[in-house]
Design a protein around this ligand. Sequence first.
Ligand SMILES: Cc1cc2nc3c(=O)[nH]c(=O)nc-3n(C[C@H](O)[C@H](O)[C@H](O)COP(=O)(O)O)c2cc1C
Length: 194
Amino acid sequence: MMNKVELISSLIKDRRSFYPHEYIEGEIPNEHIDLILENANWAPNHGLTEPWRFFVFEKEGLQALSEAQGNIYKDNTSEEEFDQARYEKLVKLPLQSSHVIAIIMKRGSNPKIPKVEEIEAVACAVQNMALTVTALGYGGYWSTGGMVKFKESKEFFGLGEEDEFLGLFYMGKIPRENKIGKRKEIKEKVTWVR
Ligand SMILES: Cc1cc2nc3c(=O)[nH]c(=O)nc-3n(C[C@H](O)[C@H](O)[C@H](O)COP(=O)(O)O)c2cc1C
């Protein structure tokens, strides 16, 4: 049996981004989605502001998200810049997924907590989510493209001025074999001070 350090190390290193075109047939059961969200909720956060908010799309909801993503791109892109293939891809992404979770930062009222720290706390929540997805044997990825790039998306979620729409977390069932990850050596990024 693996000890806790071996377990968490293998989970962290096994986590890969899996994209909607890689998902296979079948839906993730909602008990597992609840578990993924429950673990997200245990992220560290400064001042216990708990700034993460999630919209979970499934079933018909995925159709609504698909339409919103397509329309937001189409309505806010000039004719010269509009790319039909990109539009079709954006529409398809939610429909290829089992669930999609919109990642929101809800700005708290404590002015002593800088906005960036609220965003950092949400990123911690998303990592908890991603690791839980891996542990359950599913695939997922955090997208900051598509509708996330458009300020008009904030209206879709009814967000306030100071809130932020930080991404879409796409999820689905995946084939058994994992993908190979790639990172440069940690020693290239660390300075020890002795
Ligand atoms: C904040 C954030 C935003 C990301 N946005 C995108 C994105 O818009 N499109 C994309 O293809 N991947 C996106 N990714 C996933 C990265 O491409 C992926 O993490 C990277 O290639 C490393 O692969 P791995 O996650 O399998 O280790 C994002 C990841 C993070 C953390």
